[in-house]
Design a protein around this ligand. Structure first.
Ligand code: FAD
Length: 416
């Protein structure tokens, strides 16, 4: 049966949902307040990090926590005034990060991660975006023997538990692959089985355009106008009011605001992050994204230049940008790789939509008919975008989705 579906939010997740629905013959309207792929999905590191079945946990070591508490580190920054409101989230996040619950989180994350890369590749092929997707993998770099040995153990664990492909590189092997990196690095782990996007925002635009080529309508509108309309939904758009039998909320970090208006208290907060592009100096080339694991930032070769992305900033979703982590990371990054002039006038800021159990929210809204939630993809929303699109489309059609959605069901993340 053909259904009319309103997909609200045209980030990586919403655009992928629209594409999967329209592939199945549904009448889809994809709405965003702006153009597709200009929210969080624009400025991330572009990694299809499907081998990271252990999601980003709350630190377990007191030493690390104390370092972060000083608020001078590169990986973590916080606005002190935002902490009281974030405390319930942080407390739960810390609980899910304890060894036993965390092990269960990883077990629940593994099946969706296992499906993520093949789904991104399939959608990229359909959308004509394959040239943006590079089979380079990415690397974790180490400056100390201690860091290297922890990195090797992590890779070994991923290999034995989840058959993740990882190659341990000593200093020489690293230099052969990435000759322009700091020669004092002791080695790296190369997660070589996955891909990276050289322009994630453009990829989302391709997916949205592909959906419109298949017949979806793309328009602008404010999600705040979404309202129940009989058995279905209705929303004001630039093309006038749109009614549909079914609605899907895919507003990424902004999903909390809309679901609150609909009566839900979702456990969703944001971890903000920044980027800046640099020209490579001279003839320097970076072959793949590299994470400086010990100092806490990332460099990724992108269409626009070398993109430096930062770790976690705990702050209110709409508080003004405070790119101090970029300022701290830049001089260090210059010692890691020869970076030339900055290519952006100001830092880009994004918000990772985060749940305390680190798992995405994918499934039917607990208290409304014909309403679906698809948000909270934490640090891996681009990676998980296509598989989420497929799962939502399959569930709307009443089919058994490609990945068992039980662990991602919205009611587990709703406080009321
Ligand atoms: C620095 C950084 C690096 C990252 N690196 C990676 C990585 O390497 N790999 C990876 O997989 N993930 C990465 N992530 C995470 C990833 O970017 C997110 O999980 C993902 O982009 C979320 O996608 P989304 O479609 O849910 O949200 P978004 O892309 O934010 O889309 C939500 C959309 O909703 C729209 N919207 C908001 N409010 C309204 C409204 N009122 N009305 C209408 N529309 C509205 C916005 O305009 C936006 O287009 C990174 C994130 C950051 C910040």
């Amino acid at each position: 049966v053909t259904r009319s579906v309103l997909v609200v939010g045209a980030g990586a997740v919403g655009a992928s949902i629209a594409a999967h629905l329209v592939q199945r013959g549904h009448a889809v309207t994809l709405v965003d307040r702006g153009a597709p792929g200009e929210g969080t999905s624009h400025g991330n590191a572009g990694l299809i990090q499907s081998e990271i079945v252990y999601p980003t946990a709350f630190p377990q070591s007191t030493r690390v926590l104390l370092r972060y508490a000083l608020n001078r580190s590169i990986p973590v920054h916080y606005h002190a005034r935002a902490l009281p409101a974030l405390l319930p989230f942080l407390r739960r996040y810390a609980e899910f990060s304890r060894p036993e619950p965390y092990r269960r989180v990883a077990q629940a994350y593994a099946p969706i991660m296992a499906q993520a890369l093949s789904e991104v590749r399939a959608l990229a092929d359909a959308a004509g975006s394959r040239p943006l997707l590079h089979p380079t993998g990415w690397m974790k770099l180490f400056l100390t023997a201690e860091g290297m040995s922890a990195g090797e153990q992590e890779a070994e664990k991923l290999r034995s538990e989840f058959a993740v492909s990882a190659r341990v590189l000593d200093a020489g092997a690293l230099r052969t692959l990435e000759p322009f990196l700091d020669p004092s690095l002791v080695g790296a782990v190369h997660y070589d089985g996955t891909d990276a996007l050289s322009d994630p925002g453009l990829y989302v635009k391709h997916v949205a355009r592909y959906a419109t080529r298949l017949g979806a309508r793309l328009t602008t509108g404010d999600a705040a106008t979404l309202a129940v309309d009989g058995n279905g939904w209705r929303m004001e758009t630039a093309d006038g009011p749109v009614s549909a039998e079914t609605a899907v909320i895919a507003l990424g970090p902004w999903s909390g605001g809309l679901t609150r208006r609909l009566g839900y208290r979702m456990m969703l907060e944001v971890k903000r992050g920044y980027h800046m592009h640099f020209a490579p100096r001279g003839n320097a080339v970076l072959g793949r994204a590299v994470i400086d694991a010990e100092r806490g930032f990332l460099l990724a070769p992108m269409a626009r230049g070398i993109r430096l992305t930062t770790g976690i900033e705990l702050a209110d979703i709409e508080a003004p940008a405070t790119p101090v982590q970029l300022r701290r990371a830049t001089p260090v990054a210059r010692t890691l790789f020869p970076l030339g002039e900055m290519r952006d006038e100001s830092a880009w800021m994004g918000r990772r939509p985060c749940t305390p159990d680190m798992l995405p929210v994918i499934g039917p809204a607990p208290n409304h008919r014909n309403l679906w939630f698809a948000f909270g993809h934490n640090h891996h929303g681009v990676t998980l975008s296509a598989v989420t699109g497929r799962m939502i489309a399959e569930m709307i059609d009443g089919e058994t989705p490609v990945v068992d959605p039980a662990a991602y069901r919205p009611d587990r993340a709703a406080l009321g």
